[in-house]
Design a protein around this ligand. Structure first.
Ligand SMILES: C[S@@+](CC[C@H](N)C(=O)[O-])C[C@H]1O[C@@H](n2cnc3c(N)ncnc32)[C@H](O)[C@@H]1O
Length: 171
C-alpha cells in the first residue's frame, strides 16, 4: 500500500467506510437519481475507498455501464471491487493512485465524475476540481459531497487571549 498522510487508521478504515457509506446512502442516492444517472452511463469516483458510492452508481448504470474508482488505498479498493463484482452486474474498475500527485485522471470522458468526503483530504482541491472537469463529458455532471468548513464550530470557544507563548528567552 502506498505511504500517505491520511489521518485515519488504515487497518479498520475499510469497514468504517462501508458502515459510513450505508449511513450516508440516503444523502447520495437521491442526488444520483436527480442528475439522471441511467443504464449504460460511465462514472468516475475519486477517493472511492471500499466502493460504497460505486455500489449505488453500479446499481443505476447496470451491466452496460462502467464505474471506475480511484484511491490511494489499494487494499481497500481491490477488496471492495471483489465484493461489488460478486453482487452487482456492472463493469467495475479500480485504479490505485495518489490523487495529490501530478498524475492525470483516467481520460474517460465520463457522464458523472464524483467525489464524496475526499477533497477535504487533498492539498489542492481546486486543482482536483479542474482535473475532474477535464474528464467530464460535455453535458456531464461533477458531483461533490464534502464538508463545508465554514459551518464548523468548537464549543466552548477556545481562549485565544492567553498572551502568546511568551516570546523566546535567551538561554
Ligand atoms: C472519508 S474516505 C471517503 C471514501 C468514499 N468516498 C466514501 O464516501 O465512502 C476518504 C477516502 O479518500 C482516500 N484518499 C485520501 N487521500 C487520498 C489521496 N491523496 N489519493 C487518493 N485517495 C485518497 C482515502 O484512502 C479514503 O478512501
Amino acid at each position: 500500500m502506498a505511504e500517505d498522510n491520511y489521518v485515519l487508521q488504515r487497518s479498520s478504515e475499510a469497514e468504517r467506510l462501508r458502515r459510513q457509506g450505508r449511513l450516508v446512502e440516503n444523502m447520495t442516492r437521491p442526488l444520483l437519481e436527480k442528475i439522471g444517472l441511467c443504464p449504460g452511463m460511465s462514472c468516475l469516483d475519486i477517493g472511492c475507498g471500499p466502493g460504497e458510492a460505486m455500489r449505488l452508481m453500479g446499481e443505476m448504470v447496470g451491466d452496460t455501464g462502467t464505474v471506475v474508482g480511484i484511491d490511494i488505498d489499494g487494499t481497500a479498493g481491490r477488496s471492495g471491487m471483489d465484493r461489488l463484482r460478486a453482487e452487482i452486474e456492472c463493469n467495475f474498475q479500480f485504479i490505485e493512485q495518489d490523487l495529490s500527485g501530478s498524475n492525470p485522471l483516467p481520460q474517460g470522458p465520463f457522464d458523472l465524475v464524483f467525489g464524496r468526503l475526499v477533497l477535504i483530504h487533498l492539498p489542492d482541491p481546486i486543482a482536483m476540481l479542474r482535473k475532474m472537469y477535464a474528464v467530464t463529458k460535455p453535458g456531464g455532471v461533477i458531483l461533490v459531497q464534502d464538508y463545508n468548513g465554514t459551518s464548523f464550530d468548537i464549543q466552548p470557544r477556545p481562549k485565544l487571549d492567553f498572551g502568546g507563548l511568551g516570546g523566546c528567552q535567551a538561554a
